[in-house]
Design a protein around this ligand. Structure first.
Ligand code: NAP
Length: 282
């Protein structure tokens, strides 16, 4: 079987090209889709991510409202900013860049985002809806992984999927999405015993660990599909790409895999939210 490199840039281009006309149509009806990004503090990586997301919006005509708050911002001040954005009818999506400074109650801040504007899928209500199978905006990285799977028509029905990582924005929701697609899913974490033996059985492996080159080549079943959500310092994934490439049937590179598709999902969700807002105002 031919080995497939799952090219996230191609998938992202496919997604964003389809959004351009939808944005034009919205504008013709007097609505400019708008994503508000909130950055608290001055973490350089977070600044870069927020900038990338804002620029990606503007490239396809989505307005990017960039709010940068000082690192001393208190939870209540942040909650007030979120509430103002919730009330602002010209704003269709709200993204609070993670992580916020440690003195802030990040979960409380995420939960304050209105479900209709939770385009990054960070609220527990959004997660619950995703798990039930009717969520409008799953977290963007899990949505990106599913988009890659769909684009390359990778069968998941009845397959054994192993997700390494169980964070609320990544491991857990991607496990739920795979389960909804009728995969049999095992979610692993730092207390999992015999991790490599479990991964070795997987038809589909999702790496969401946050540790560079963590998943090794000899953990991968011949021909398995390997999706690497990891993004570590120096553009390194959670999967040892060189080793795993040899065994995998299909694999995402880092960079150029899940990352670009994640941003395109954010744009897609913002456009859907803007479209929904026009339906509701009629
Ligand atoms: P996180 O919140 O730190 O979660 C990491 C998960 O990995 C946890 O569930 C943890 O288990 C598990 N883990 C840690 N060490 C492990 C070990 N030795 N064995 C098995 N499991 C282990 O990280 P995250 O936010 O989900 O992010 C994961 C990765 O995805 C990072 O590299 C991040 O940069 C990347 N990411 C990429 C995108 C993108 O757009 N591509 C977006 C978001 C995140 P416990 O729960 O037991 O602690």
């Amino acid at each position: 079987m031919e080995k497939i490199i799952l090219d996230g840039r191609t998938v992202a281009k496919h997604v964003t090209e389809k959004l351009v006309d939808r944005v034009k149509e919205l504008k013709a009806r007097g609505v400019t889709p708008c994503l508000a990004t909130i950055l608290v503090g001055d973490d350089p990586s977070s600044e870069t991510y927020v900038k990338m997301k804002g620029n990606a919006c503007e490239r396809i005509g989505i307005k990017s409202l960039r709010i940068h708050l000082p690192k001393e911002t208190l939870t209540d001040d942040l909650l007030n900013v979120i509430e103002e954005l919730n009330q602002d009818k010209s704003v269709h999506g709200i993204l609070l860049q993670h992580p916020v400074p440690s003195h802030i109650d990040e979960r409380k801040a995420f939960e304050a985002i209105a479900i209709t504007k939770d385009v990054d899928g960070v609220t527990s209500l959004g997660f619950g809806q995703t798990a039930f199978g009717f969520g409008k905006y799953p977290s963007c990285t899990p949505a990106a992984i599913m988009e890659i799977i769909n684009y390359y028509q990778i069968p998941i029905n009845g397959k054994f999927a192993v997700v390494v990582g169980r964070s609320p924005i990544l491991g857990k929701p991607v496990s739920a999405l795979l389960l909804n697609g009728n995969a049999t899913v095992t979610t692993c974490h730092s207390h999992t015993v015999n991790l490599s033996e479990i991964v070795k059985q997987a038809d589909i492996v999702v790496a969401a660990v946050g540790k560079p080159n963590f998943i090794k080549g000899d953990w991968i079943k011949e021909g398995a599909v390997v999706l690497d959500a990891g993004y570590n310092k120096g553009n390194i994934g959670d999967v040892d790409y060189q080793e795993c490439f040899e065994k995998a049937g299909a694999i995402t590179p880092v960079p150029g895999g899940v990352g670009p598709v994640t941003i395109s999902m954010l744009l897609k969700h913002t456009v859907i939210s803007a479209e929904t807002s026009t339906e509701q105002s009629h």
